[in-house]
Every structure is written in C-alpha cells, then in structure tokens.
Write a protein that binds this ligand. Structure first.
Ligand SMILES: NC(=O)c1ccc[n+]([C@@H]2O[C@H](COP(=O)([O-])OP(=O)(O)OC[C@H]3O[C@@H](n4cnc5c(N)ncnc54)[C@H](OP(=O)(O)O)[C@@H]3O)[C@@H](O)[C@H]2O)c1
Length: 237
C-alpha cells in the first residue's frame, strides 16, 4: 500500500526546487497534494503537472490572512511541509531590515502561524516538516541571516513538537543541493566541485534526495522533535 495513501499533504513553497520534488514524491507515495505558492499561476502549474487530483492554493507566509483563509477553505490537512525560504544573503553592510524580516518570516514566523491555523483540525497522527539548512551549523561570511534563521528552525522544531504533541514536528536540514537556487552563482561549478571533494558522499545533493527524506519524516511515527541532516556528511567545521 502506498505509504501516504489518501493523506492530505499541504506543501508550502511547492513551486520550485526542493518543494516541487517534495510535491511529486508525496503524490507518488499516494498523498493528495495541495501545492502552494505566493502566485496562483505557479501553484496551479505545479498541481497540473502532478495530476492525481492535486489542488493548488495561493499562500504567502508574510500575510496571515492567506494562511487563515487556506486553513478555513481546506479543512482537515494531515501533514504540512514548509520548504519556504526568502534569501537575505550578502555582506552585513548591504543587508536591509526588510529583507532580514522576510527571511525570518519565511522560515520561522510563517511556520509558527501555519501551525496556529492548521493544528486545530489536524489529526493526532499528523505531522509538520520544517526546513532548516546547513548554514546553521556551518557559518560563513554573507550567510549570517540564513544561519540565524536556520538555527531558529532547529530550536522551533522541538518547541513546537512539545506544544502540539502528539502531532509530530520534524526538521530537515539539507546540505548543498542543486535545486536551481544556486544557478545565479557565478562560480557554481567550482563551488559544487569543492563540495563533492570535501563531503563523504562525494556528491552534491538533488531535490529528490531531500524529497525522499521528507517522505521518511512524514511516515515515521516514532520520529519527532528533531532535525535530520541530509547533507552527504558535509563537514561542519
Ligand atoms: N538548495 C540548497 O542547497 C539548500 C541548502 C540548505 C537549505 N535549503 C533549504 O531547503 C528549502 C528549499 O530550498 P530550495 O533551494 O528549493 O529553495 P527555493 O528554490 O529558493 O524555494 C523557496 C520557496 O520558498 C517560497 N517562498 C519564499 N517566501 C515565501 C513566503 N513568504 N511565503 C510562502 N512561500 C515562500 C518560494 O515560493 P514562491 O516564490 O512560489 O511563492 C519558493 O518556492 C529552503 O528552506 C532552503 O533554505 C536549501
């Protein structure tokens, strides 16, 4: 029997990279997928590509009204996966308060509000998967905001898991993944070569690697209050 047979899975940020891979992997595992984006067209496009009755809904984690409306419209949702990230990378001298706030909204404040609005109608065997990232344990110049936002996710996961128990809350912390979000990096191939040379897996991750870990998290009923590092064993120092 498919692992997620008939479960209603809301995927926040399904329109690109890892989120799209998660949408396809959960659908293949039998889930009824509800794909979100801040743009209706993007959500509709992803849902159409998935087929199998997948739904689309516009949802912006910086606008609590869209979260509350989605919760009311969708009714019971069994599992939530939020892959959303807004990037405020760069030297400190270039950082603007608005971008810093948006980064924390996508990763921390928004997921807290998602939990607030959806948990009341979630079943007790439901789960929530949030996305951290390697920057929280591997600080680097220009990644201060991402490191701190991911560190907040690492702390948020056990806090939420305690508060909404027995609903499970699991964090996923990817290493470097060729998700499309590195495509504008001028020295992407050199950077990827360095990752391949330095991690024990000797490869850069794929969105499907991370999606497989999400399906594992959604279906592992003794797994909660922790963050899984899916990073090819990338050295922390
Ligand atoms: N790729 C990597 O190497 C890597 C490494 C470590 C951690 N991660 C983490 O893994 C996750 C996915 O990575 P990715 O590379 O696939 O990211 P991505 O392509 O940048 O996708 C991020 C998604 O976040 C959504 N989003 C941004 N702000 C939002 C908001 N306010 N409300 C709702 N959705 C919002 C965007 O959706 P719309 O624009 O369609 O609304 C977009 O689809 C992220 O959390 C990222 O930090 C990735």
């Amino acid at each position: 029997m498919p692992q997620l047979d008939g479960a209603r899975v809301l995927i926040v940020g399904a329109g690109s990279g890892i989120g799209t891979a998660v949408a396809h992997a959960t659908a293949e595992a039998g889930a009824h997928v509800i794909a979100t984006s801040r743009r209706s067209e993007t959500a509709n496009h992803v849902a159409a590509r998935i087929g199998r009755g997948a739904e689309a809904i516009r949802l912006d984690l910086s606008d609590e009204t869209t979260i509350a409306e989605a919760a009311q419209r969708l009714g019971r949702v069994d599992h939530i996966v939020s892959v959303a990230a807004d990037h405020a990378n760069g030297p400190l001298s270039t950082l603007e308060r608005r971008a810093i706030n948006e980064a924390f909204t996508a990763k921390v404040v928004g997921p807290i509000l998602l939990t607030k609005h959806f948990v009341p109608t979630m079943p007790t065997d439901g789960s929530i998967v949030l996305f951290s990232g390697y920057a929280s344990v591997r600080p680097a110049p220009t990644l201060t905001v991402m490191a701190t936002a991911n560190g907040a996710v690492d702390a948020l996961v056990p806090a939420l898991a305690t508060e909404v128990a027995p609903i499970r809350v699991v964090g996923i912390s990817p290493g470097v993944v060729d998700s499309g979000s590195w495509d504008d990096t001028s020295d992407k191939e050199t950077f990827f070569d360095n990752i391949r040379a330095s991690n024990p897996a000797r490869r850069v991750g794929t969105p499907d690697d991370i999606a497989a870990a999400v399906v594992f998290a959604l279906t592992s009923r003794f797994l909660t209050a922790t963050t899984l590092r899916i990073d090819g064993g990338q050295p922390v120092a």
